[in-house]
Each structure stands twice: as structure tokens, then as C-alpha cells.
Design a protein around this ligand. Sequence first.
Ligand code: DX5
Ligand code: ZN
Length: 222
Amino acid sequence: MSTIKHLIAPSVLAADFANLSKDIQMVNESEADWFHIDIMDGVFVPNISFGFPVMQAISKHAKKPLDVHLMIVDPDRYLKVCKDNGAEIITVHYEACTHLHRTLAGIKELGCKAGVALNPHTSVQLLKDVIQDIDLVCLMSVNPGFGGQKFIAHTYTKIRELRALAAGVNDTLQIEIDGGVTLDNAGALLQAGADVLVAGSFVFNSSTPLDTVRKLKAVDYT
Ligand code: DX5
Ligand code: ZN
């Protein structure tokens, strides 16, 4: 039995946008820990999701922290508006930041937790010189841009490598897994060293989403 309790972050990307308040209420009532908010610009990723006005509307109803995943180029331009619209955790992509160290400092100056997301092809070793400045690393277990994709199994290796990289330097680092998470892989992901599981379609396409969240939260990984 594990003693460290993992976190579940349902991705609103898979919610019913025509009934958003109902789905927000579901997450509020569930055992989920965070709302995962996917912002896409159609440039960094080949899709556009929703922007800050929608995020602001979500934040007015959300009773849990907003974990914001910025899949956009030049994220520095939007950090403040992101914070002002309710973000508690702001995650930028490694691949979108020329001056990642500066960007992370900017996020922390706003009073937010600073996250870095890595695309499936991006090595965790590239974080070696900045690992102590990161609160959360989001390992993409699909290519970002769309919900409902197939989980990439190499993610397990990346989790172990990242935990080893952070050991003794940043032992409170949170490792988040984003993409294709289901009850079939949740236990193995947590066992490998993940702390936060994002789940979009698996939660919102479920006929019993409250129960699905409860099951993800109850996964035993020893
Ligand atoms: C993908 C997004 C994910 C997505 C996950 O680009 O970052 O957060 O919503 O969706 P599922 O869980 O359906 O793979
Ligand atoms: Zn995401």
C-alpha cells in the first residue's frame, strides 16, 4: 500500500463545452485534485482549444486549483494573463522556450508553481541544469494537441530517468503524466514514480465520471 497520495487532474479539453458548468461541477464534487486546462494556439500544436476568457469562466466555478498547460509559442507573453485568470500552476513547453530559466522565474514571481512540459521526443536529460528551479515536470505521453490518443509506453523509462535526475537536487519535484492515461496504465505510471495523472477522455467519456475519478484516485501501486 502506497503512503504517498497521488493527484488526479481531469483535463477539461474532453468536457462538454456546451455544458461546461455541469462538468466543472462534476469535478468539484469528485475526488479529483486539480483542473487540467489545455491552452493551444494552433502554432505550437496543430489544434486550437480555448483561450483565457473560457479559462476565466472556469475559474469562477472551479473549487480546485487550475493546472494550466500552455501549448503555445512564446508563453512569456501570456504568463500574467494566465495568473490573472486563475492559474495556480503554469506549465510551459521546453520546446517553446528559448530562455527557460527566465520563464520559470517569471512564473514564480507571479506566485504560481512553475511547470515544464516535455514532448515525447524530448529527453529528460535536457532539464539537468534547470531541474532545481522546476516545481512540476509534465511528461507528454502523447504528442500534444488532441485528447483521446494512444499512450506512448516509452514514458515509463522517462519517469524513472527524471526521478533519478531530480534525486538529491529536487526531491519535491512533481512528475505529471499527460495523455492516454486510463486505469490500465495508472498503477504502472505511479509505480514508476509519477505523482499527478492527467485524464481527459477517460474521465469525461465515462458514463460514471465520479466513479472513474474515484477509481483513479484509489489505484494501489505497490
Ligand atoms: C493533449 C493534452 C492533454 C489531453 C489529454 O495535448 O495536453 O491534456 O487533454 O487527453 P486524454 O486523457 O484523452 O489523452
Ligand atoms: Zn495537457
